[in-house]
Design a protein around this ligand. Structure first.
Ligand code: GTP
Ligand code: MG
Length: 220
């Protein structure tokens, strides 16, 4: 069991702010900080995850109309640990893919935008692909993960909306998700923006600790 004191003693977000939205690689902020890119199909809960992770409701826009985020959105986040100090990084919200509502020509600009960013960004140290635990992985999720593997970019699958699963179901779904995308179970993390499940540093590998570790490993 993780006690409240242990949780308090781990990594936590102490500041988070929106920086800018970029339509192309050229318009991105200067490559001065490590970056974590966050992709996933539209409506998977990307904005909600960021808001819950950062503990700020209005940081990223949450919409019921899929596909509202159509640019690369940069957020600057500081993680703090009482003994290990601060880690500052950028959380990059990628445009959601796979929504039917947008016009095809708009949709077609997404691929190049995401690819251009993933290919050309030297400070990128991880790609998180968000997958709704009840829907499972789709073709575009797999394509994105294959793309990361080909680029030797570390990837993590974050299962979202895990509050919709029973406790007993979570282990099974985590294993199934790992198998369906060909990643080890250690690369899977189940989260809920509604309950905060899996987001903090709970002493066993919540998202805050996992990201801090990745940033340290990347040495950017
Ligand atoms: N139950 C539950 N609902 C969630 C969770 N996270 C997001 N949602 C809901 O899912 C819907 C989409 O959430 P968003 O965060 O806007 O999704 P998004 O991936 O940012 O969507 P786009 O920016 O349009 O691509 C909203 O209605 C959220 O309230 C969660 O952890 N649990
Ligand atoms: Mg969004």
């Amino acid at each position: 069991m993780t006690s409240a004191t242990e949780t308090k003693g781990g990594w936590r977000v102490v500041s988070a702010s929106f920086e800018l939205s970029a339509p192309t690689l050229d318009a991105c902020p200067p490559a001065t900080l490590p970056e974590i890119a966050v992709g996933g199909r539209s409506n998977v809960g990307k904005s909600s995850l960021l808001n819950a992770f950062a503990g700020q409701r209005g940081l990223a826009r949450v919409s019921r109309t899929p596909g509202r985020t159509r640019l690369l959105n940069f957020f600057k986040i500081t993680l703090r640990h009482p003994k290990l100090g601060d880690r500052v990084f950028r959380w990059v919200d990628l445009p959601g893919y796979g929504f039917a509502a947008a016009h095809a020509s708009i949709r077609e600009t997404f691929g190049p935008m995401i690819e251009g960013y993933l290919q050309g960004r030297g400070v990128l140290c991880e790609l998180m692909v968000l997958i709704d635990v009840r829907r499972g992985a789709g073709d575009q999720d797999r394509q994105l993960l294959e793309y990361a593997a080909a680029r030797q970019l570390p990837a993590r699958v974050v299962g979202t909306k895990a509050d919709k699963l029973g406790k007993a179901e979570r282990g099974l779904v985590g294993r199934e998700l790992a198998a369906s995308v060909g990643l080890p179970q250690t690369a899977i993390c189940l989260t809920s923006a509604s309950t905060g499940l899996g987001l903090g540093d709970d002493g066993r590998g919540g998202l805050a600790r996992l990201l801090a570790r990745r940033i340290d490993d990347a040495r950017i």
